[in-house]
Design a protein around this ligand. Structure first.
Ligand SMILES: [Zn+2]
Length: 344
């Protein structure tokens, strides 16, 4: 029977005099630490849409006088969104910030949202969705355009991607929560955009983030990937699914893998996380070890799921388009999960 006694590292106990069981424990600890370091070293930091350079100054959000002063300051900067597309400069891959004159065109039922400060300069996101033709109304004249964020992420800096992700997710939440979930009456923006309060019953509503587990299931020299019917051939990716109420991350990983592929999983380890503001997810990357091998695909969720060898995955990473499988681009945490396993 395995001992539950923790491994002790005593300076008075020479390693070579240790019992076999102790040596085994030390080796296991070393392997676990080494594996963690391999995976930790492979995590790009931060992943796309994380790593905003702004200080979110959450302690100032309830300070109405400070907030009003920032909204009125000429130095403050405003980032326009139109129907969830973000304003980007045409000549340079940069966010197109504007002055507070932009507020005159914004829909203040869904903002403005304080994104944070840089130095002493406040940065806000504003929603121009009520305008039919923002390019003309703003007189952009080709200097900037509204771009879908996943497309813009390919060229924007990491900091700009993170700022735009925060703005997109927050404005989308406001647009979807203009009415109270308790009584159905209108709600108003409070706390610099971080709360909505019902005008009738005073119920308070807060921005939501939906946790999603995304897991690379491994079994020795193979990993399990799946594909959805709408994806380009031969794209496969890590399995994923929403965490349900009353469920730990480990339980969600095991349930989703079992549901989608019929594979059972034992050990689950955390890898890294990525904000995914389409519309409000947090992708929680995990590595999981399979304890079965026969795949049974849930056709209601996936077109296919199958095992791929390490060599097949390495080919997909090093020479995309030449092998029997393609994996998602580096924008997605799935790419990094797959790479971390393949190169470990
Ligand atoms: Zn209400």
């Amino acid at each position: 029977m395995a001992s539950l006694t923790p491994v002790r590292f005593s300076p008075s106990a020479p390693f070579f005099g240790a019992r076999a069981a102790d040596v085994e424990s030390v080796v296991c600890v070393w392997l676990r630490v080494t594996c963690r370091l391999v995976y930790a070293a492979a995590v790009p930091s931060p992943l796309v849409f994380a790593g905003s350079p702004l200080d979110r100054v959450s302690e100032r959000r309830k300070d109405g006088a400070w907030l009003a002063a920032q909204l009125a300051r000429e130095e403050s900067r405003f980032l326009a969104f139109w129907r969830l597309n973000v304003l980007v400069k045409t000549e340079k891959p940069q966010l197109a910030w504007a002055t507070n004159a932009l507020r005159a065109l914004a829909d203040e039922r869904t903002g403005p949202v304080l994104l944070g400060i840089a130095g002493e300069v406040a940065h806000f996101a504003v929603d121009l969705s009520k305008i039919d033709d923002p390019v003309t109304e703003l007189g952009l004249g080709g200097a900037a355009s509204f771009v879908e964020l996943r497309a813009a992420a390919g060229t924007l800096s990491g900091g700009d991607c993170a700022i735009a992700a925060q703005g997109r997710q927050m404005l989308d939440w406001h647009a979807r929560h203009r009415f109270c979930a308790v009584c159905g009456r209108a709600t108003s923006v409070k706390d610099a955009g971080y709360m909505r309060e019902c005008d009738e019953c005073d119920a308070q509503h807060f921005p939501r983030t939906d946790p999603v587990v995304i897991m690379l299931v491994e079994s020795g020299e193979r990993c399990l990937l799946g594909r959805q019917a709408g994806w380009p051939q031969p794209m496969y990716s890590a399995l994923a699914g929403f965490v349900e109420a009353g469920e730990s991350l480990e339980e969600a990983v095991r349930r989703e893998v079992k549901e989608e592929s019929g594979i059972t999983v034992s050990e689950v380890r955390y890898y890294a996380s990525q904000p995914w503001p389409f519309p409000a997810s947090l992708m929680i990357g995990c590595l999981a070890r399979a304890t079965s091998s026969e795949v049974t695909v849930d056709k209601s969720e996936l077109e296919d799921a199958r095992w791929f060898t390490r060599d097949e995955i390495l080919t997909a990473l090093r020479a995309p388009g030449t092998g029997k499988v393609m994996v998602p681009p580096a924008l997605a945490i799935a790419h990094h999960l797959i790479r971390a396993w393949a190169e470990s």
